[in-house]
Design a protein around this ligand. Structure first.
Ligand code: TZP
Ligand code: MG
Length: 217
C-alpha cells in the first residue's frame, strides 16, 4: 500500500449517521468518495441491522462503490467479512483479533492496519509486517466510547521517533489540527466526526487536502 493512501482517511458506519437510512448513509459515503477522501474504513460499531444479510449487502455495495471511485474500502475488526466481500483490507485494534492471525491473510491486495495507543504498543508494532498503523486517540473524542486517553502532539512526536511504518493519526482531529499533524511526519489523518458532522462535507474534504498539501513534510 502506498502511504499517500492515508492522507484523508474516512472512518464511518451507519451509527455515525443515526437519522439516515442505509441507502442515505451509502449516498453520503459516495459523496465523500467523490469529494476526495483517499481511503474509507467501514466501522459499524453499535449499529443494529435487521439481519446479517442487510449488513453483507451494505458492505458489498460500499466495496463496489469504492472500486468505482478509486477509494479502497477497509473493514474494521471483521476479518471474515473483509475476506468475504474482497475488501481492500482489514483494520484491527490491540484488543481485537490476534494480529499474527490477521497477518496470515495479508497480501498486495489485502492490507492490514493496526491501532496503537502508546509507546509500548508502537515499539511492539515495529516487528509486525502491517501495512499501516493508526495512532490515537490524538485528541479527546466523543466518537469512540472506549477510547484510551488522548496522546497529544508531544507524545505523538515521541511515538513517531520509534516508528518506521506508514502511519495515520486518529481521534478528535479538527481542521485546525491538520497543520501541526502534517508537520509531525504523519502520513495522514483518519477522521469520523470532522466529515460525518461537517455542514458542508465536500468543502471539508477540499479544505483537508489543501491544509495537508501546504504543510506536509
Ligand atoms: N479510534 C480511536 S479514536 C476513534 C477511533 C475509531 C474515533 C475518532 O472519531 P473522531 O470523531 O474523528 O474523533
Ligand atoms: Mg477494533
Amino acid at each position: 500500500m502506498e502511504k499517500e493512501r492515508l492522507a484523508r482517511y474516512l472512518v464511518a458506519g451507519p451509527q455515525d449517521y443515526a437519522q439516515l437510512t442505509l441507502a442515505e448513509f451509502t449516498e453520503r459515503i459516495v459523496t465523500l468518495m467523490q469529494a476526495g477522501i483517499t481511503l474509507y474504513q467501514f466501522r459499524d460499531k453499535g449499529y443494529t441491522y435487521q439481519n446479517a444479510d442487510e449488513r453483507l449487502q451494505l458492505v458489498q455495495k460500499l466495496v463496489h462503490l469504492g472500486q468505482q471511485f478509486n477509494v479502497p474500502v477497509i473493514i474494521n475488526d471483521d476479518l471474515d467479512l473483509a475476506l468475504t466481500v474482497q475488501a481492500a483490507g482489514v483494520h484491527v485494534g490491540q484488543d481485537d483479533l490476534a494480529i499474527e492471525q490477521v497477518l496470515r491473510h495479508k497480501s498486495a491486495n489485502f492490507w492490514v492496519g493496526l491501532s496503537v495507543r502508546n509507546l509500548t504498543e508502537m515499539k511492539a508494532a515495529q516487528a509486525l509486517a502491517v501495512d499501516y498503523l493508526g495512532v490515537g486517540p490524538l485528541m479527546p473524542t466523543q466518537t469512540k466510547v472506549d477510547a484510551a486517553p488522548a496522546l497529544g502532539l508531544r507524545r505523538l512526536k515521541t511515538l513517531l521517533e520509534h516508528n518506521h511504518h506508514a502511519t495515520v493519526g486518529i481521534g478528535g482531529i479538527k481542521l485546525s489540527d491538520l497543520k501541526s499533524l502534517a508537520q509531525s511526519g504523519l502520513d495522514g489523518v483518519a477522521v469520523v466526526s470532522l466529515l460525518t458532522q461537517a455542514p458542508d462535507p465536500v468543502a471539508m474534504v477540499q479544505a483537508m487536502r489543501k491544509s495537508w498539501q501546504t504543510n506536509a513534510k
